[in-house]
Design a binder for this molecule. Structure first.
Ligand code: MN
Length: 229
């Protein structure tokens, strides 16, 4: 190790069912508009030519069960419940079979968003970073290995805010399937273990306030919980 001027934080790590070792968070890729009903509620349409992405800093990942302070710079902080895909083997320019084989695990995730900032940036055709790459904005539950999850299809994905259901869909409502997303993204990045993909959110996104309790679930996976502090 070279001598460094200061020490950076250790990588955020996620627990994995059936493992004592944890999954370190490398890169966080997020898919935009992957559920038609959510694209519509945002006043947009899904792009059926190709998926599109934004990224979140790995150091902004947070474990389920944490309290996230209401962030500065927004008056409309939103939850988005998503399926996270964790890559387990190196992958570049993969086909669908290779993409499927490279998936190590799945988990519940939250893409927390400064919606007002995102929409203002979108209107000006500027990058979304201030809206999306918020400190503590990528929340991950305990991962479940892909073999234990089985085929991605009719599993329910849902989110409740203070006990009231706000999002309710099934994973096969996704416009781009998980293998299609991994395959497509591997055309641009040398994907590797530690890379996580948030696969988009269903309709029903909305704002949170200090004191709110967010719980999310996907059939077959460990649930996710976040408190807004
Ligand atoms: Mn999202």
């Amino acid at each position: 190790m070279p001598d460094t001027l200061f020490t950076l934080p250790e990588p955020v790590t996620l627990p994995v069912n059936g493992e004592t070792a944890r999954y370190p968070v490398g890169r966080v890729f997020c898919v935009g508009r992957n559920y038609a009903a959510h694209a519509a509620e945002m006043g947009t349409e899904v792009d059926r030519e190709a998926p599109f992405y934004f990224t979140k800093s790995a150091c902004h990942a947070l474990n389920s069960g944490c309290t996230l302070p209401y962030p500065a710079g927004t008056k409309n902080f939103h939850y988005e419940m998503e399926l996270a895909v964790a890559i387990g083997t190196p992958l570049f320019q993969a086909d669908l079979t290779e993409a499927t084989a490279a998936i190590y695990a799945y988990g519940c995730a939250l893409d927390m968003t400064r919606r007002d900032v995102q929409q203002a940036l979108r209107a000006k055709q500027r990058p979304w970073d201030l809206g999306k790459d918020v400190e503590g904005c990528a929340v991950f539950a305990r991962l479940t290995k892909a073999a234990d999850m089985g085929h991605i299809g009719s599993q329910k994905i849902g989110l409740s805010l203070n006990g009231k259901q706000r999002q309710n869909a099934t994973l096969n409502d996704m416009v781009w399937s998980v293998p299609e997303l991994v395959c497509h993204l591997s055309g641009y990045y040398h994907l590797r273990p530690g890379d996580l993909i948030l696969t988009g959110t269903p309709a029903g996104v909305g704002p949170v306030v200090t004191g709110d309790d967010i719980t999310g679930s996907i059939d077959g996976l460990d649930p996710i919980q976040l408190t807004i502090g």
